[in-house]
Design a protein. Structure first.
Ligand code: GZL
Length: 332
């Protein structure tokens, strides 16, 4: 419908400039931040992954890559090999490439403010997935999609309190911590310690990082066994360290799941097999299948839509019997 209102010469000139400028901005995909949309109009997502340290991480990478393909999002993927400096480098590369959205799983909680401010100044929204950062400035990222690690530690501790409630002697616990400084290691340790405080007989006699790997779990468990004659319980922050510890436990002539009660977190297939076979006693699930939610969030933040500051993944726990039932249909 033709407008009947008349604009003065100044307003018309201003409108022309704004319109031309606007068209130029839309047409030139290299201006401003976050306008790195691919030539074919696809959203370009720059993703920095922690590494490939565990079965959980492998399943998480598969979920992210499959979901990006499914969502029609162009994924730039970098494996940081568990080094923060590699993640910072990858994020800076994504800023240079003017991707539309950046997502990453921070290997450790601290040391991100500078690079996250660079992304913010470049106008590129950032999504945290899997692990969190300890930045005080919550404006540095749009949302954190991941598990509640304190709850995972708490559920593990609560199961042990129940399982050892009739113990008359002290119960000696050794703990295999995840990567030093990482949110899952810090929070799982916190949740577990708070839960077992309910029974003073439950004592953590040794606690050390196995870096979330099978090799690390085996090596540290060997040290624990050599320096502690009486170990009743192993709490491992992930299945992979627990699986590595199994080798050390059996090599020491002890029966895992019986001589030493074993509690882990993740519930990846190999962990669930160990649980079903009676080598583990309890697993708190930590779902790696974050890909579809991540892609949905990437589309929303790219479109400038509001998203929740915190999105907690749904997960459960498994006993030996529940593992036997769940294994046949386990997705990861
Ligand atoms: C948890 C994730 C942890 C897993 C480990 O969300 O960051 O890192 O528990 C993985 O298996 O290595």
């Amino acid at each position: 419908m033709k407008s009947t209102r008349k604009f003065g010469p100044v307003v018309a000139a201003l409108a022309a400039v704004l319109l031309t400028g606007g068209l130029a901005a839309c047409g030139n995909s290299d201006t401003g931040g976050g306008s790195g949309t691919a030539d074919d109009g696809k959203i370009v997502l720059g993703f920095s992954q922690v590494g490939a340290e565990s079965g959980w991480r492998t399943a998480n990478t598969t979920s992210v890559k499959d979901a990006a393909a499914e969502a029609g999002i162009e994924l730039k993927f970098d494996d940081a090999q568990q080094k923060q400096e590699n993640q910072i480098k990858a994020i800076r590369n994504y800023i240079q490439q003017k991707v539309d959205v950046i997502a990453f799983s921070p290997v450790v909680e601290s040391g991100w403010d500078t690079v996250l401010k660079e992304a913010k100044d470049a106008g590129i929204p950032v999504i945290l997935t899997d692990r969190a950062v300890d930045s005080a400035d919550k404006s540095l990222y749009k949302t954190f999609l991941g598990s509640d690690f304190v709850k995972e530690g708490k559920l593990s501790g609560e199961w042990l309190v129940e399982n050892k409630k009739s113990a008359t002697a002290e119960v000696n616990i050794v703990e295999l911590q995840g990567t030093t400084g990482s949110a899952p290691a810090n929070d799982r340790k916190k949740g577990f310690a708070e839960a077992i405080a309910a029974n003073p007989k439950l004592k953590i006699i040794a606690s050390q990082s196995g870096d979330f790997t099978r090799a690390g779990g085996k090596q540290v468990m060997e040290q624990f066994l050599n320096s502690n004659p009486k170990i009743d319980v192993l709490f491992a922050h992930n299945d992979d360290m627990g699986l590595g510890a199994l080798e050390a436990i059996t090599a020491a002539g002890k029966v895992p799941g019986k001589d030493i009660t074993i509690i882990t977190i993740d519930a990846v297939k190999d962990g669930m097999k160990a649980l079903a076979d009676g080598k583990f006693n309890f697993i708190a699930e930590c779902s790696p299948l974050l890909g579809p939610q991540l892609m949905d969030l990437a589309k929303k933040v790219h479109a400038g839509e509001e998203v929740p500051a915190r999105i907690e993944t749904e997960e459960t726990t498994f006993t030996q019997e529940q593992a036997k039932e769940a294994l046949p249909t386990r997705k990861y």
